[in-house]
Design a binder for this molecule. Structure first.
Ligand SMILES: [Zn+2]
Length: 390
């Protein structure tokens, strides 16, 4: 009997949680990390992968995706778009609300190889129809319904999501009522909120941040619309810095319309990088400009983060944010056996933001092998229904 089910040999292990960026072998058995060392014996493993020249990292964690395929108009299939691309754990950011969550749980969470958690939308319908905002009627922002659903699904639901964009809210008179409802539900459940701030019915992001605390997440941090993190002079707002000081998480949530090169460049130049890097991968950005989480990480290499600092924001940091540092986001012995083997390619790569502005990156992270639960994931090729090609 082999000691290890799988041995990844001769790669460069980048595991920010352990402070390791060095050549290491990593062995898996029983679905977990069994050993990490400078030279583990190949003879003791049932299967050996040569990772020479590659980066070996913990499986990535994407805190913002939309994977309610076939029900939410944003939804895409998680396994070919997340797991096969190195995001072994993802959080669906509000595709489902109380009325649709049972289906999300049964047909997506429990049916996928990707490990999936969720932010429950404060709207009980969730993000279903393209032409009907999820808060076109405030009746849908039901605190009791959200709470009931959270209580039944505590193992999957990590927080409460609210989108404050006016397109999805009934009208000006509603103001930021949905944010108050999300806050109320999250507080009653002892969970954080995740907020999409841009285009809100209020004066600035200051009004939104006033309601946000430790562990709450601002997603789409570097969007180029109204209610952004920069003031009229392009400086990071005081309210934003103070929010970060008290523990509010500033997440990327790139998306179709929420990542602007000028905004992120200005923020980074003022010492304001994101806390976590997420993709907001969905049907309308899967074929660009997002493509996948690795491409979003690649944009932060271009912005000056080291590979370790960028990869920390999709491994160690999000694991801590969701309270799972012992099991995911690291390849420490005993952690769950999720890993990615990347090529870090050199060249000239077009990197497009949400406003068709381009930068040329000199490095690119390309996931080549994905390991989930100590086994190589033989992912299906990504194939898209024609309706997604938009
Ligand atoms: Zn989203």
């Amino acid at each position: 009997m082999a000691t290890y089910d799988l041995l990844v040999k001769s790669g460069t292990l980048v595991d920010p949680a352990q402070g390791i960026h060095a050549r290491r072998d990593v062995a898996f058995s029983g679905g977990k990390v069994a050993a990490v060392g400078e030279s583990l014996a190949a003879g003791e493993a049932a299967e050996v992968i040569d990772a020479g020249g590659k980066l070996v990292t913990p499986g990535m964690i994407d805190l913002h995706v939309h994977v309610f395929e076939g029900v939410s108009h944003y939804g895409i299939a998680p396994d070919p778009t997340c797991l096969a691309k190195g995001a072994t754990t993802v959080v669906d950011a509000g595709s489902a609300g109380a009325d649709t969550f049972p289906g999300f749980r049964k047909y997506v969470v429990e049916a996928s190889a990707t490990r999936i958690f969720a932010q429950l939308n404060i709207s009980s319908m969730g993000m279903i129809a393209e032409r009907i905002g999820e808060l076109d009627d405030l009746k849908w922002a039901s605190v009791p319904r959200a709470l009931e659903t959270i209580e039944k699904n505590r193992d999957v639901i990590l927080g409460v999501k609210v989108r404050l964009t006016r397109d999805s809210i009934v009208g000006k008179a509603a103001g930021i009522t949905p944010l108050h409802r999300a806050r109320e539900a999250a507080d009653a459940a002892g969970l954080p909120i995740m907020v999409h701030p841009q285009g809100a019915w209020c004066d600035s992001i200051d009004d939104i941040l006033a309601l946000m605390r430790d562990r709450d997440i601002v997603t789409h941090s570097f969007h180029g619309s109204t209610h952004g993190i920069l003031d009229e002079n392009g400086k990071v707002r005081d309210s934003v810095r103070k929010a970060r000081e008290r523990g509010v998480i500033f997440d990327v949530g790139h998306g179709q319309g929420s990542f602007s090169w000028p905004v992120v460049e200005a923020a980074m130049a003022q010492g304001f990088p994101p806390t976590t890097i997420s993709s907001d991968l969905h049907a309308y950005n899967l074929n660009g400009p997002v493509f996948d989480l690795a491409t979003t990480v690649t944009k932060f290499l271009h912005l000056g983060l080291s590979a370790s600092d960028a990869l920390a924001r999709v491994t160690a940091v999000p694991a801590k944010v969701i309270g799972m540092s012992d099991t995911i986001g690291t390849l420490a012995v005993g952690a769950w056996g999720d890993a990615v083997l990347f090529d870090l390619e050199e060249g000239a790569f077009e990197l497009v933001d949400s406003r068709q502005q381009t930068r040329i990156g000199r490095q690119r992270l390309v996931p080549r092998v994905v390991i989930k639960g100590g086994k190589t994931y033989e992912g299906r090729e990504v194939s898209l229904a024609p309706s997604y090609a938009r």
